[in-house]
Design a protein around this ligand. Structure first.
Ligand SMILES: Cc1ncc(C[n+]2csc(CCOP(=O)(O)OP(=O)(O)O)c2C)c(N)n1
Length: 632
C-alpha cells in the first residue's frame, strides 16, 4: 500500500518521519497529475500547496482546529489528507467528489462557497465564536495572493487586526499569480516582503554570530532585540501587514515542509492573529504545469501527462466574444476592457495584446471593476466589463447605484451564464437574469448563437445612457439558428399553424425552444417561437404576440424566480393580457456538480421533457373548454 492510500485522517501524518513525508509529497503530486489528466481540475494551484497543506495538518488538529481555504480550488491535497483518496476517481463528476471543499463530504470541510476573498471573514467569525465560547480551537485560513486582491479580504484584515483574542493563523499562499500574475500595489508590496531580508532572519544571523563570541553574545543580542522595531524599518521598509497591527512571520519557503511546520507552530503558540507568508510556486513539481505560460495549469482540461497537451476544447462562446471585442476596439477607440483577474478565460487576452493601454486587470475585485467602469464612463469612455456571470453577484450594488443610477453606458459581458455544471452550485450562472431585473434602466441581451453574440455586442456598446448586459453560456455555441421573421425587436424562429402556443426562448435556450416548437407542430399544435434578443426590458411586441396566442411558454437557463419568464408574466398582467403563461427555468436551488447536459436533463430543460409538459398544458387548457378546445 502506498503512503497515500494509508492516510485516512490527518492524524496519520503525525507518525511519519521526514523520509516518509517526502515520499508522501511525491505520491500526492503524481496522483494529482494523474487524476487531473483524466478529469481536468485545478492542478496548478494544488501542486503548489502540497507541503503547505501537509504542514498545516501536522501542526493543527482538524477538525477541532478549523482549516478554511479561500476559494477552495486548492483543497485537493487537504481532501487527500482527510480520507478522500478513493473519491478522486470521480472528481467533479456527478455523484463524485466536488472540486471544492464540501461539508457533505467531510467534517474537515467547512467553507464551500468558492467565490474568492471570503476566507478571512469566515475565519474571523469562527475564531471570535470559539473565543466567546471559551473553546481553545485554532482557525487556519489559507489565502492566495490573488484572493488577497479582493476588497473583502482587506475588510477582514482590518477587523482581525484588533481581534486580539482570536486564535487565527492566516497563511498567505504567495505564488505571485491569480490565473495570470497578480497585479496591483498589493503584488508589489508582497514582492518587497518576499525579496527584502527579514529582520527576524537578520536577528537570527546576528544572534548566531554574537553568541559565538564568548561573554559578549547574549547581552549584545538583548540590546539588539530591544532595537528590533528600528531595525525592522531599516532592513525591510514595509508596512503591509505589521502597520495594520498584525503579527507577521515570513517569508517562508512553502515547499519546505519542515520550515513551514516550524513557523506554523510558532504562529500557533502566539494565540492571537498571525500572518504566515509562504512563498510557493503554482504547478510546482510537474514540468508541463511549470512551463504552461498562460496560467501554469490553473485549471486544465484533461491532458496528456507526457506532453501536457490538453484535449482540444473546440471553439466556445468566449472565442466569439474575444474576436468581436477586438473588432469593436479597432472601430471604437473609446472602448476599454476590464477583467477581474481572468484575462484569457473571459476572452480579453487578444484585446489586451492589441490595446494594452485600454485594458485593465483589476484583480479579484468585481465591485471595484463595476464602479471604476462607471468612473471611466464618466470620463468619456465606454467600458466593457467581462466576468463570469456568477461573479457579477459580488457587484450588485455597484451595478445598481454606481452604474445604473448614474445612467452610465457600461457594458457587462457575462460569460458562463446558466448551468455550468462541473464546478458545482457556486459557479452556475443562474442568478443574473433575476437580480439584474430590478435594476432600473439596465438592458440585457441574451444571444442564441455566435452571430447574435456579435450583433448584440455591437448594439450594446452603442448604448451610452444606461448599463447593458450581454450573457452567454459555457461551451460551444450551436450552429446559427435562422430567423424566419421579425416582430418588434424579436427574431421569429418558427411559425406554424394557428396562434396556439407562443414559445419565448431566452438566449441559449432559443435552440431548445425551436426543437420544442417542432415537436409541438408534429402534434398538430400551432406554434410561434421567438427569441427576444434583448430580454430586458420586455419588448412590447412580445406583449402583442402573447395577446394573440392561447398559451405562452418561456424557457430560460436562469433561476425560475424573478427571471425573464416571471417578468414577462408580470408585464402581461400589467397590460391586462390574460393568456396563461408557463415558466420554465432552473429550480431555485443550489445544484450539485455534474455535466451541464445531465443537469438540464434532471431539471427537465430538454426539448423532450418540455414538449411533453407543454402538450399536457395544452390538453389541460382544452379540458377546461375555453379557449383552446380546437387545439387537440
Ligand atoms: C469572486 C471571484 N472572482 C473570480 C474567481 C475566479 N478565480 C478562481 S481562482 C482565481 C485565482 C486565485 O488566485 P489565488 O488566490 O492567488 O490562488 P492560486 O490559484 O494562485 O493558488 C480566480 C480569479 C472566483 N473564484 N471568485
Amino acid at each position: 500500500m502506498s503512503h497515500l492510500e494509508s492516510i485516512t485522517s490527518p492524524r496519520d501524518l503525525r507518525d511519519l518521519g521526514d523520509a516518509d513525508l517526502d515520499a508522501l509529497a511525491t505520491e500526492i503530486r503524481d496522483f494529482l497529475v494523474l487524476t487531473c489528466s483524466r478529469t481536468g481540475g485545478h492542478l496548478g494551484p494544488n501542486l503548489g500547496v502540497v507541503e503547505l497543506t501537509m504542514a498545516i495538518h501536522r501542526v493543527f488538529d482538524s477538525p477541532t482546529d478549523r482549516v478554511v481555504f479561500d476559494t477552495g480550488h486548492q483543497s485537493y491535497v487537504h481532501k487527500l489528507l482527510t480520507g478522500r483518496y478513493e473519491g478522486f476517481a470521480r472528481l467533479r463528476q456527478e455523484g463524485g467528489l466536488s472540486g471544492y471543499p464540501s461539508q457533505a463530504e467531510s467534517e474537515h470541510d467547512i467553507v464551500e462557497n468558492s467565490h474568492a476573498s471570503t476566507a478571512l471573514s469566515y475565519a474571523d467569525g469562527l475564531a471570535k465564536a470559539y473565543a466567546i465560547r471559551g473553546e481553545a480551537r485554532h482557525v487556519v485560513a489559507v489565502i492566495g495572493d490573488g484572493a488577497l486582491t479582493g476588497g473583502m479580504a482587506w475588510e477582514a484584515l482590518n477587523n482581525i487586526a484588533i481581534a486580539r483574542d482570536s486564535r487565527l493563523v492566516i497563511v498567505v499562499n504567495d505564488n505571485e499569480r491569480s490565473y495570470t500574475p497578480t497585479i496591483g500595489g498589493l503584488a508589489t508590496a508582497l514582492t518587497s516582503l518576499r525579496t527584502n531580508p527579514r529582520y527576524e532572519q537578520v536577528l537570527d544571523l546576528v544572534k548566531r554570530h554574537l553568541n559565538a563570541v564568548r561573554g559578549v553574545g547574549p547581552a549584545a543580542y538583548d540590546v539588539l532585540h530591544a532595537m528590533k522595531k528600528g531595525m525592522k524599518d531599516a532592513l525591510a521598509p514595509q508596512g503591509l501587514f505589521e502597520d495594520l497591527g498584525l503579527k507577521y512571520v515570513g517569508p517562508v519557503d512553502g515547499h519546505d515542509r519542515a520550515a513551514m511546520e516550524q513557523v506554523l507552530a510558532r504562529a500557533k503558540r502566539f494565540n492571537g492573529p498571525v500572518i504566515v507568508h509562504a512563498i510557493t510556486r503554482k504547478g510546482f513539481g510537474y514540468d508541463a504545469a511549470e512551463r504552461h505560460v498562460a496560467d501554469l495549469f490553473h485549471s486544465p482540461q484533461p491532458f496528456d501527462i507526457d506532453t501536457g497537451e490538453e484535449v482540444p476544447r473546440g471553439r466556445i462562446w468566449t472565442d466569439v466574444f474575444a474576436d468581436e471585442i477586438v473588432r469593436v476596439g479597432e472601430r471604437r477607440p473609446d472602448v476599454v476592457a476590464i477583467t477581474a483577474a481572468m484575462m484569457h478565460v473571459v476572452g480579453l487576452n487578444e484585446f489586451e495584446r492589441r490595446f494594452p493601454e485600454r485594458t485593465f486587470d483589476v484583480g479579484i475585485a468585481e465591485q471595484h471593476a463595476a464602479t471604476s467602469a462607471a468612473g471611466l464612463e464618466m470620463g468619456g469612455l465606454h467600458p466593457v466589463v467581462a466576468v463570469y456571470a456568477t461573479f457579477l453577484n459580488r457587484a450588485f450594488d455597484q451595478v445598481l447605484m454606481d452604474v445604473a443610477l448614474h445612467r452610465c453606458g457600461v457594458t457587462f459581458v457575462l460569460d458562463r451564464a446558466g448551468v455550468t455544471g462541473d464546478d458545482g452550485p457556486s459557479h452556475n450562472g443562474m442568478w443574473d437574469l433575476s437580480v439584474l431585473q430590478v435594476v432600473p434602466g439596465l438592458r440585457i441581451a441574451a444571444p442564441r448563437d455566435a452571430t447574435r453574440l456579435r450583433e448584440l455586442l455591437n448594439e450594446a456598446v452603442e448604448v451610452d445612457d444606461a448599463p447593458t448586459v450581454l450573457r452567454f453560456p459555457k461551451g460551444p455555441p450551436p450552429e446559427d439558428i435562422a430567423t424566419v421573421g421579425r416582430e418588434g425587436g424579436c427574431d421569429v424562429l418558427l411559425r406554424s399553424g394557428l396562434h396556439d402556443v407562443l414559445i419565448v426562448g431566452i438566449g441559449a435556450m432559443a435552440g431548445t425552444a425551436t426543437e420544442v416548437g417542432t415537436r409541438l407542430v408534429d402534434q398538430g399544435i400551432g406554434v410561434t417561437v421567438v427569441d427576444p434578443r434583448w430580454v430586458k426590458p420586455v419588448d412590447p411586441a412580445l406583449v402583442a404576440l402573447a395577446r394573440a396566442h392561447k398559451l405562452v411558454v418561456s424557457i430560460e437557463d436562469n433561476g425560475i424566480v424573478g427571471g425573464c419568464g416571471a417578468v414577462l408574466l408580470q408585464t402581461l398582467n400589467s397590460a391586462g393580457v390574460t393568456t396563461p403563461v408557463r415558466l420554465h427555468g432552473i429550480p431555485q436551488e443550489f445544484l450539485d456538480h455534474a455535466k451541464r447536459a445531465a443537469i438540464l436533463e434532471r431539471i427537465g430543460l430538454t426539448p423532450q421533457t418540455l414538449a411533453r409538459g407543454i402538450v399536457e398544458d395544452v390538453a389541460a387548457l382544452a379540458d377546461v373548454g375555453e379557449p383552446v378546445t380546437r387545439l387537440l
